[in-house]
Design a binder for this molecule. Structure first.
Ligand code: SF4
Length: 216
């Protein structure tokens, strides 16, 4: 893994090359409230963005609060969210999430990672997306692009996105926590793409462990 000085240099160069957090950033799922963001995140497991969006639209056309979702029967929820797949499991998770949210938090989504992770169906990725985008906290949410980039470059050395998120939090300078997600995700979409990364045009190729292994 890169040392502290190299980690700082990677972030400095990404900050110069990539856009940071924009005002009013709504997050990958574009939902307007913490509750809807949580549900969308649950729907997104193993689903393409367009299928997740369709499932979320269909569910929120029926109900937009935990109480109203719990008033629906399982068949209605499953039918609404069918486009995103795994709909029986996701129906159970959504129901358990809504019940726990009402019982433990009066229906209000908590704004701490601990509180979010205590809710059924909410993992580290969902918790961090909600913390960053809904509550505006300085958190680097890790999606597939961020995970890939970090482990190629050597910012982290982790097999799962959750471990990457944990290591990023431990190894990133304070000043990079606010915009880090945005720099890394744009970099992963534009330059360090999944197949055939554009290493020749990459502003951090002299620091990158993947590139060093490739060229040595
Ligand atoms: S050198 Fe290549 S693999 Fe390394 S960060 Fe740049 S684009 Fe990604």
């Amino acid at each position: 893994m890169l040392d502290e000085a190299a980690v700082g240099e990677v972030y400095r160069r990404l900050a110069d090359a990539m856009p940071g957090r924009t005002k009013g950033a709504k997050g990958p799922k574009g939902q307007p409230s913490a509750f809807r963001s949580c549900i969308s995140c649950m729907l997104s497991a193993q689903s393409l963005d367009r299928n997740t969006a369709k499932a979320a639209d269909q569910l929120f056309a029926l109900a937009t609060t935990p109480e109203d979702i719990l008033a629906l029967d399982d068949e209605a929820i499953a039918a609404a969210i069918k486009p995103c797949g795994l709909y029986n499991m996701k129906t159970r998770n959504i129901r358990a999430f809504c019940s726990a949210l009402l019982e433990r938090h009066g229906g209000i989504v908590p704004d701490t990672r601990e509180g979010l992770l205590s809710l059924p169906g909410i993992g580290r990725k969902c918790a961090d997306i909600v913390l960053s985008f809904t509550f505006g906290k300085d958190v680097i949410a890790v999606d597939t692009h961020v995970h890939r980039v970090c482990n190629r470059v050597g910012l982290t050395e982790a097999k799962t996105a959750d471990k990457t998120a944990q290591q990023l939090e431990e190894r990133s300078p304070e000043w990079a926590m606010r915009d880090g997600h945005f720099w890394l995700i744009q970099f992963g979409k534009r330059i360090c793409v999944a197949r055939s990364p554009k290493c020749g045009a990459c502003p951090i190729n002299d620091l990158c462990e993947y590139y060093a292994a490739l060229t040595n």
